[in-house]
Design a protein around this ligand. Sequence first.
Ligand code: NAP
Length: 515
Amino acid sequence: MSVDLTNQRARLCAVIAEPTVESARAALNRAAAVADLAELRLDSLVDVDFASLDWLGRLLEGRQIPAIITCRSVEEGGLNQVEDPRRIRLLVEGAKRWADYCDIEARHYQLAAALRPEPSKLILSHHDFGGAPANPSELYGAITQFPAAVHKVSFLARSITDSLAAFDLLERARDKGRQLIAVAMGSAGVITRILGPAWGSFLTYGSLEAGRESAPGQLTCRELKDSYRVHSITRETSIAGVIGNPVMHSASPAMHNAAFAALGIDWAYLPFEVDDLGAFFDALVYPASRRLDWNLRGMSVTIPHKTAVVPLMDEVSDSARAMGAVNTVVVDGSRLEGHNTDMAGAMVPLDRLIDLTGRTCAVLGAGGAARAVIAGLLERGAVVEVYARDVSKAFALRDLFGIEANRLSDFESSSSQVVINATPVGMRGHESGSPVPATALRDRSLVYELVYNPIETELLRDARRMGCRALSGIEMLVAQAALQFKLWTGLDAPIEVMQDAAQKWISEESKSAST
Ligand code: NAP
């Protein structure tokens, strides 16, 4: 097969690491539906004789997309110990006879050169699982001293700012008119996988299925193609994203990217795993100091950065100031505006259902979400009481808002008509169960759950059994995101699209968590 990939803007490469020739062939066929090319990790095969080559012809015969073959040594993450001369011969001869490219470690170039590889089919790579290159310029010189069709650098990003080295290498390659693949592995490096092609990376890798990643931080081809839309991202694309830690389990990319696609606007929303907020703002956010020339327009902020981000803003909205927390950043030219859509977002579904004036409402938990909900309830004239396991935190909210404060264990004696769970109890990955006993919900009119993953929690099931109306946390999730969308784009968010995307994302998450 000979396919000209040179004029394609972004190339999505499915990585296939299967144990048998037949399963690899089947995966190669499946890959054609989601990827532009595939990389076959031959070191994962257990049913072949690495001394012969014929099985490779069988594997690659009749493929619908171009194929890269590689066979990593165990030291470079390979699964099967194949001696270097045998491995390199397999790759060089395999590419001459069947494959479109072979990927060989640059440190074995001499071994490969002796076999006279086809230059237009050679990818020379450098992998570093230890961290980012201290000197990208030196590394670039070292790997490009050997001729190849494409060079590749893949390293582990220990922090999101390490990703800058990958963009730096891509800029160098572009200036020299060379083809390069640059990937920062790990969840902190995910931006290089999504934006890499727009910065000229020859390809970006994805896994064929969730849970089958061949490198840390790898997304699925479906996510890269359909959610992040890597084929249409350019350097002009408006970029938004969520700052958090951890952040890879956020539903926000699915919601916002679906909304951008539905409105046909040139925006992309990325996960930003940030450990050091100040370093991230200096290197990637502040227009005056950032080292990535990108069209960053906005950010969502989630745990643990909502409070720490406040002093980094040029301007803070009244609601954000009142809550001491920013969950939305608007990048307006050189200025950063901080907003908080949690309070308004929490109130949207409640306002649709009941008039809160004069209602007694019990809020469970005394963290950030509780604070946003309490502020919204008071604004509507509700009578609020807070219940927390650490009563000193409830007292702090009592002093701030002038409300009643109690121990969570005393909730049963509350006569509140509306109950709002602002604890993470019942959330996937946290304590299971419900924050209060089912019997304590009897005769309440409405139970509002802020946990959204899973959509159906034990608290909501108990509430329905006890005859209460039940409101799921997905409503707030979508409402606060829709307000962020409007702040960044100035457009009304397609609410149903966001709701569907969030629901789909949550159900896929729960499937992959249970497999
Ligand atoms: P947070 O700031 O960490 O506050 C959590 C509160 O829950 C704290 O008062 C904490 O008490 C309490 N808590 C934790 N574990 C508990 C347990 N096992 N039993 C009783 N109380 C417990 O978190 P947050 O940002 O407020 O978020 C709280 C929940 O709301 C999370 O599940 C989050 O996903 C959800 N949320 C949903 C949305 C949405 O859009 N639907 C938006 C924001 C938040 P301690 O201080 O004693 O640990």
